[in-house]
Design a protein around this ligand. Structure first.
Ligand code: SF4
Length: 278
């Protein structure tokens, strides 16, 4: 959970979206990465936005997220920009591990931990496992997380009842408990769904990025106190975001993890919202 400590907000984790698309196609991925447009974090813009955010928001860990972050064509530059903007934070790479074997491990300099998501439906090749052992020998902590179950994440149809949207938002552990605060393209979001639903479904369905997040390029945020106030109001708001209209938050039905062909990915989320909820 986040808290105000004096003039700054302190939170355990900030997630930085490094590459939005993914080489895997997990059904109901909460970042909608299998159908996300090809977008990579600009290292300069990321460093600048994180520098502004850091004046009012301190995090213990920065997670480098995707999609699959190792798809980024200049991964080392993003790591260097983040390291320089948030020097006190630990850097954790969160990856599915499939591209590790093609990396030069010197690009991992500055990374403290590699968290590998292990999927039974997409096992990592022996070369990938060897790369993890090498990383471990270089002093990078390696943590493996078995992902056996996913939850339905969103619905292509909006909730017809505003009360349902409010209930989902108020029960949403992603926004309120799980520390999934996200930095993407100069904006701060309380959850990754707040940007991902707009990039995939469009702003008419899910609201503009400026309605779902905090634009860190606002010149008023040169004053850290103004930024801290804005972040506080945004994080403690009791009204849902526009993106919540299509989101299931943490209320989606659980299912056994599986891969889906990209062409079928969105149609799997086309049931009525009531059929996707717990
Ligand atoms: S979009 Fe709304 S319901 Fe979905 S994760 Fe974010 S806050 Fe929760």
């Amino acid at each position: 959970m986040w808290e105000m400590r004096g003039p700054v907000i302190v939170a355990p984790v900030l997630e930085v979206v490094v590459a939005e698309q993914c080489n895997l196609t997990c059904r109901a991925c909460s970042h909608l990465s299998p159908v996300a447009p090809k977008n990579f974090a600009n290292p300069v813009e990321t460093g600048r936005a994180l520098g502004v955010l850091y004046t009012a928001f301190h995090m213990k860990v920065v997670k480098l997220m995707g999609g699959e972050p190792l798809l980024h064509p200049d991964f080392a530059a993003v790591v260097a920009a983040i390291r320089s903007a948030a020097p006190a934070a630990e850097l954790h790479l969160v990856t599915n591990g499939h591209l590790l074997s093609r990396m030069d491990l010197s690009e991992m300099d500055g990374i403290d931990q590699i968290t590998v998501s292990i999927y039974a439906s997409a096992t990592i090749a022996r070369s990938g496992r060897a790369a993890l052992e090498q990383a471990d020998r270089r002093g990078i902590r390696v943590v493996q997380q078995a992902m056996e179950q996913f939850n339905e994440s969103y619905c292509e149809h909006p909730h017809s009842d505003p009360d349902m949207t409010r209930r989902i938002y108020r029960a949403c552990k992603i926004a309120h408990d799980w520390n999934c605060f996200t930095l993407r393209a100069g904006f701060f979001y309380k959850c990754p769904q707040a940007y991902a639903l707009t990039t995939v479904l469009g702003s008419a369905a899910s609201g503009a990025h400026a309605d779902n997040g905090v634009d860190l390029t606002d010149p008023a945020f040169a004053d850290p106190a103004v930024l801290a106030d804005r972040l506080h109001d945004y994080l403690s708001a009791d009204q849902p975001l526009p993106a919540c209209r299509h989101c299931l938050g943490s209320s989606g039905r659980a299912f056994r993890h599986e891969q889906l062909p990209r062409r079928l990915w969105r149609s799997a989320q086309s049931q009525a919202p009531s059929g996707l909820l717990t």
